[in-house]
Design a protein around this ligand. Sequence first.
Ligand code: C5P
Length: 223
Amino acid sequence: METDVITIDGPTSSGKNSVGFLLAQELGYQYIDTGSIYRAGCVFIIKNEIPLDGQERIVQVFKDLTVGIKMQNHNIRVIANGEDVTDILHNADVTKIVPEVAAIRKVREATKIIQHNLGKVKNTVMTGRDIGSEIFPDAKYKFFLTASSKVRAKRRFKQLVEKDPSIKYEDVLKGMMDRDKKDSEREASPMRIPKGAFVIDNTNLTVEETVDQMLKYITGSGK
Ligand code: C5P
C-alpha cells in the first residue's frame, strides 16, 4: 500500500513539532519528528565519546541506528537502539553538536533511509529541515512554517527556563540564530522552502490556528 506523507519544514521553534503532532492527530496519521533522529544519533555519539572529527565513527552510528516511535499517555516516546532516549534528546550537549553532525553528507544519507522506512509504515506527518525538498519531494502536501526570530526565541526560552531557571533569553536567541544559520548554509541538503510548499508565518497564530490553515489548504486544494 502506498502511504501518504505530509511534510512540514522550518527553522528552530517555528512550531513544527506542536503543529505536526496536532495535524497528525486530526488526520489519524502517525507523527515523525526527524530532528529526534539526528538528536538520537548524537546521544550515542556522546555516550561513546566519539570526537566530532571522527567522521567514520559518526557515520557508523547513524548506519547502525534503529529508531522507533511509541505513543504513551498521548505523548510520543522515541526508542533508539532499544533505549527510550526521549528525555535526553533536548539536553544542551546534544543540541550543541547536532547541526555539525547533521551537516555530514553520509549522516544525511543514512538518516534518509531511516526516514523513508518510517514513512512507509503508515500515513505520516513528518517534520524537519529538508523533508519536502529532499526526503519526500513528491509528498502530497508540503508546508514550510516560520515565525519571527524574536517570537521563536521566546517560545524556546519558555521551554528551556522550566528546566534551567538560570538560562538567559539573549543566549537562547543567539544559540537559535547560530543553529538556523548552520542549517541554512550547509552544503548537504540545506534548510530551504521546498518547491510547491505552502508557507505559513505563524508569528501571530496559535498552534490550533496554524493547523486550521493547513486543514483548509488540504481540503480546499482538491488533490
Ligand atoms: O528540529 P530540531 O531542533 O530537533 O532539530 C535539531 C537539529 O537537527 C537541527 O538544528 C538540524 O541541524 C538537524 N536536522 C536536520 N534535518 C532535519 C531535522 C533536523 O538537519 N530534517
